[in-house]
Design a protein around this ligand. Sequence first.
Ligand code: AIR
Length: 417
Amino acid sequence: MSAPQNRESGPPVVAVVGGGQLARMMAPGAAELGVRLRVLVEDPASSAAQVVTDAPVGAASDEAAIRSLVAPDGGRAAAVLTFEHEHVPNALLADLVEHGTPVRPGPGALVQAQDKIVMRQRLTELGVPCPRWAALPASSPEEGREALAAFLADVGGSAVVKTSRGGYDGKGVRVVTSADDVADWFAAVADGGPQLLVEEKVPFTRELAALVARRPSGEVRAWPVVESVQRDGVCSEVIAPAPRLSAELDERAREIATAVAEGLDVTGVLAVEMFEVPGPDGAPVVLVNELAMRPHNSGHWTIDGAVTSQFEQHLRAVLDLPLGSTEPTAPWTVMANVLGSQLDELTDALPDVLAAYPEARVNLYGKGVRPGRKLGHVNVSGADLDEVRDRAVAAAALLRGEAPVVVDTIIEEKANV
Ligand code: AIR
């Protein structure tokens, strides 16, 4: 006869704020390790709620909902609180920590992923290479505009303005050549909206991402550095490892990500998005673009292409368990995102996609279709990068409801570039 569950016994519960695909993809790792997930979902139909049985409904901004997620009435207290997005009330997290709940990453680290001005200040202090940047004064729209005009003159006429808080996947980012281009944002600042910062428009050759995990006792592990291919400000493909990356630059990018994890005291998975730019002597160097303190799109390839997936690793890290190997299991893995679809139900494409690409690892998030929305991804691994990439992209296209892509066509298109 099994003993009744009480608050004190049983496997650890990991409480997660946010019910999107990132929480959903933690479920297999939790099941394998035998730990429990309790996920605060925005909606009972959300992506994670479809696969996690313990999924109370509440907003990430709802303090009472987060308190009850961590210590439900009559339920088991969570061993740790973590997140699958950054939009959480930081003061509450600090209070939970003060009262003995482990929060990982902690509020002192997380603020750097919530506020881009705080992040740039801290990275600059740590000596991490970043694009040139400046915080735009929020004191008055006139002062903000003057500071932006001065920065634009300094960097040759065009730059990137970002809202310090609230943006993701290309939202809250605008390329500007004049202060008029962000007149609406200056007006929003005057109304109490997020402060703005401006960054140099970096002449990058490509985007890379370095993914690491760190646990409270200090162990850090890094996956191979990947190339992330962006379309319209959103990641469309990830190539692991990044092609033509020198061993030195791979090492350097991993070192930077490790230094950021340690310098900011990050626990859990940390993704460091980077620009590759030509250095002073022509050899490529990297500059840090953005940070995410959670599993990240640039790490979805690890589910099928590395010994330990980023999702399981995040659980290990926040539970302060020994981290798993980050070694790749194939020479190449390409992840292709399914961004929007012409189909009402992506599962309608399964008969075709599974028949055409039996080696493809299809991962659908159970989300409603909206234009450009991240609905799923496909991983393909193998020894021939061109073939692996073509097949991952073609499988994702089928899931978007597009006509089957003939692999030769992609190769011809590439030849024309
Ligand atoms: N997410 C979090 N930060 C960036 C991204 N992409 C993931 C999280 C979140 C989900 O995207 O899993 O819950 C929200 O997706 P959507 O399509 O509802 O905006």
